[in-house]
Design a protein around this ligand. Sequence first.
Ligand SMILES: *Cc1c(COP(=O)(O)O)cnc(C)c1O
Length: 230
Amino acid sequence: MFIDYDTFRQRAEALQQRIAAACQRAGRNPVGISLLPVTKTHPAAAADYAARYGLPAVGENRVQEAIDKRAQTTAAVRWELIGHLQSNKAKLAAAHFDRIQSVDSEKLILALNRAATEIGKKLPVLLQINAGQDPAKFGAEPDGAPRLLELALAQPALQVDGLMTIAPLSADPAVAHRTFANLRIIRDRLARQFDRPLRELSMGMSSDLEVAIAEGSTQVRIGSALYGPR
Ligand SMILES: *Cc1c(COP(=O)(O)O)cnc(C)c1O
């Protein structure tokens, strides 16, 4: 059975307290950090809860699942793709998502620009960087980031908001610290080199959001701490 709204609200409040406490320790303003509820594997009600609570967007990691879910709800939220995207699904993804966080190849950049151009849309994207050098994770290698960004910035139908990463699975919090710090350093370097703000740093999930906030996250993507185990 899926959780009820009251449970969601309590968890969302508890999360906002975690975020506020992490901000206090890091000397940051919580206004600079958004909470992206990750609704994957959960029913469309998960998006309804997010909207009712006042959260502006939800994250999904599969294109078809999100399309199906979106058809089942009138929730006034934006839909963001946070899972791996193959370029043969770029057209569907460009049409059905309000932002794509998992852009990690030249082929995908070109396919998304073509698809967004066809439907007359300016598509916000994040570049996913494998900042933890994790062989098990998708994401562009840090060394390839400048080339990828240069190409993405040259696409008229794409708008590059920033970077995204997922920390390698590890019991040692130092691994996540290193990964998130690395993404911030990469962002700062790219922002200088290309004279763009690249403001969004999408990093941190249920288990490592404090670490991510300490390292400069502007968006934490939260599934299990809101909706329970998958
Ligand atoms: C599932 C998922 C999340 C949320 O993970 P939780 O640990 O449940 O908070 C965040 N980001 C991505 C890319 C995911 O696939």
